[in-house]
Design a protein around this ligand. Structure first.
Ligand code: FES
Ligand code: FES
Length: 156
């Protein structure tokens, strides 16, 4: 089966089994390995991408259902060599440890902030609810993101 979709503003065509997940196609066919494969079952959020304007786990979307879809991955979130304000805040406050969760986390948070504007701590906790992080601790991440809105100190 052929599936044509727009990935990071480029038209791409996948040829193969339509039951394969978008996650596998991104990583194995198009070599967009910034999207992480951790649980493969929709539990961890590491594979979160934007599909038609919503943040969703790529492991739960069969490629065969995505004809004509617009997909943005972490590689397409900002031009090569640049960072979004969100990425800059997370890096500046050094809250990334192993990094496996971060591409998905950034995709979830960036979509939430784009749709809702300045957030509260509680908002961010809701926005991150589907993203598991085993290393950094959620409070540090929330604190770093809040500096975008309040300039407050990052809790340690
Ligand atoms: S790899 Fe998709 S939710 Fe965990
Ligand atoms: S930084 Fe390691 S899982 Fe989040």
């Amino acid at each position: 089966m052929a599936v044509s979709l727009c990935i990071n503003d480029e038209l791409r065509t996948y040829l193969g089994d339509p039951r394969v997940s978008l996650l596998e196609v991104l990583r194995e066919t198009f070599r967009l390995t910034g999207t992480k494969d951790v649980c493969g079952q929709g539990f961890c959020g590491a594979c979160t991408v934007h599909i038609d304007g919503e943040a969703v786990p790529a492991c739960l979307r069969p490629i065969g259902l995505l004809e004509g879809a617009k997909v943005t991955t972490i590689e397409g979130l900002s031009p090569l060599g640049s960072q979004t304000a969100l990425q800059a805040a997370l890096l500046k406050h050094d809250v990334v440890q192993c990094g496996m969760c971060f591409p998905g986390l950034v995709m979830s948070l960036s979509k939430f902030i784009e749709q809702n504007g300045p957030a509260t701590r509680q908002d961010l906790q809701v926005a991150m609810a589907g993203n598991l992080c085993r290393c950094t601790g959620y409070e540090n991440i929330v604190g770093a993101v809040m500096t975008m809105f309040e300039g407050e100190e990052v809790p340690r």
